[in-house]
Design a protein around this ligand. Structure first.
Ligand SMILES: Cc1cc2nc3c(=O)[nH]c(=O)nc-3n(C[C@H](O)[C@H](O)[C@H](O)COP(=O)(O)OP(=O)(O)OC[C@H]3O[C@@H](n4cnc5c(N)ncnc54)[C@H](O)[C@@H]3O)c2cc1C
Length: 425
């Protein structure tokens, strides 16, 4: 895409630098990084049966989808260490806390960028109710994520004038792509009632609950040490494709809305998403105040390819659940359910439109490139400004074909290397 230094060979060293992979050594896996990645520690029979059924249907088994070829089914790997989440704060901030040249200020909202002409000189922030100014000696690195970074640029007067002027924001730098090109992974969530116990029922059983808590307290293992999704599959929704275009997240529980708690019956979710959606959306300010959440317009399923792909993905989800050893465990398809006929593509798409949700992978809203919607260049410097870089998932020109956390961390690693390089020249 014309972004020098961002091809596979050039980003791989930063993925490796970030990672400490607990599994077998492999030339594409890191062994000495701060981000601990572990094998799946939790065995659930329904997840195992899903993997075996997919294999029985002809999808390949892939013991390590992070080693260069993602195609196939298997267990998820996790950013965990000793049963605890290994977040970027745990991996990077905690060990760096004592450095004399680092201040970490929490509970502090950045409210704007300070600028002198086209030079960014610092930030304004709200610290415990008080407005403060923080000046940058060299430059500011904006890492507020794919929603926050474009919002902060826009409220600071950097963006498309037609998106700023209605909110009374003075345009300080016209950059039409800010907040545009939003891409996300939309997940359709077929749910199957099953005979094997799931987290739905286990978590309502006081004896099992105590057992889970004890298991976690004593061994740091068991359901309390698990990620939401245990099984995965990167599959081709059409055998004619040259690489996978859909991904499954297999979760041994189900819910209408996670905030309402799990269903009362035993069930699992076979979430399916399209890896490279064509649909793009945008972030829209609701006001000039950073405290007002902006509107998120994801514009899901707005191209024919995206609609066709999700329909094919749901059909594959159904087929896997009708294949043994999983078939014998499934008692009923709860969602989409019998009212959505298997050969009725329109009904399947309607169901997907009304029931799918984000899997929380927003990207692309400050995209890297040199076209008219590009916000940063290949060294992550904001076009037309000095003293400002963006380093987070917003800079991805297109969404990654997989989960976005590790790529976001790679972007941070690469940005820090570029800052050092530039400081030396
Ligand atoms: C519920 C959930 C589950 C997920 N699960 C997975 C998963 O299993 N695997 C995976 O690979 N990815 C997962 N993701 C996606 C992954 O977390 C993101 O892709 C990744 O964190 C993006 O990193 P980022 O640096 O771009 O943004 P973020 O991690 O969102 O970091 C931006 C930070 O900026 C802060 N911020 C924003 N605005 C301001 C402001 N004005 N002032 C001060 N601070 C501000 C935010 O609080 C946040 O801490 C999940 C995301 C969510 C929400």
């Amino acid at each position: 895409m014309g972004n020098t230094g961002w091809d596979w060979e050039n980003v791989l060293p930063y993925f490796r630098k970030a990672e400490h992979w607990e599994g077998e050594a492999h030339e594409e896996r890191g062994k000495n990084g701060p981000l601990n990645v572990s094998e799946n520690q939790v065995e659930r029979s329904v997840v195992r049966a899903w993997i075996d059924a997919a294999e029985a249907l002809g999808y390949p088994r892939n013991p390590d989808y992070n080693s260069g070829d993602q195609e196939g089914v298997g267990h998820f790997q996790m950013t965990m260490k000793g049963g605890f989440r290994c977040s970027s704060a745990v991996a990077y901030l905690k060990p760096a806390r004592q450095r004399p040249n680092l201040d970490i200020i929490t509970n502090c909202m950045t409210t704007g960028l300070m600028m002198e002409g086209k030079k960014v000189t610092g930030i304004t922030a709200n610290l415990k109710g008080k407005p403060v100014e923080i000046r940058a000696h060299r430059e500011v690195v904006l890492s507020a994520g794919a929603i926050g970074s474009p919002q902060l640029l826009m409220t600071s007067g950097v963006g498309d004038p037609s998106a700023l002027i209605p909110h009374g924001i003075t345009v300080r730098h016209e950059l039409n792509g800010v907040g545009k090109n939003l891409q996300d992974h939309l997940q359709a969530r077929p749910v199957y009632k099953c005979t094997s116990g799931s987290i739905n029922t286990d978590s309502r059983n006081p004896v099992k609950l105590v057992g889970m808590a004890l298991q976690y307290a004593l061994t740091r293992q068991g359901p309390m040490a698990m990620a939401a999704s245990l099984g995965t599959g990167f599959l081709k929704s059409d055998p004619a494709l040259d690489r996978p275009d859909i991904q499954f997240h297999i979760q041994p529980f189900s819910a209408d809305n996670p905030a309402d708690g799990p269903h009362r019956f035993s069930a699992f979710t076979a979430s399916v998403l399209q890896l490279r959606p064509e649909s793009t959306g945008h972030i829209e300010l609701k006001s000039a105040d950073m405290r007002d959440y902006p509107a998120i317009h994801p514009n899901y399923l707005s191209t024919q390819t995206d609609c066709d792909t999700i329909v094919r993905g749901i059909k594959i989800a159904r087929k896997i659940c009708q294949t043994n050893p999983l078939k014998d465990m499934v008692t009923e398809e709860f969602n989409p359910g019998p009212s959505v006929a298997e050969d009725d593509d329109e009904a399947i798409l309607d169901w997907a439109r009304s029931n799918s949700t984000t899997i929380y992978h927003p990207t692309g809203t400050c995209k890297m490139g040199s076209d008219k919607l590009a916000v940063v260049d290949h060294r992550l410097r904001v076009h037309g400004l000095t003293g400002l870089r963006v380093a987070d998932a917003s800079i991805m020109p297109v969404i990654t074909s997989g989960n976005t956390n590790a790529p976001a961390i790679m972007i941070g690693e690469k940005c820090s290397a570029m800052i050092l390089e530039d400081a030396q020249t």
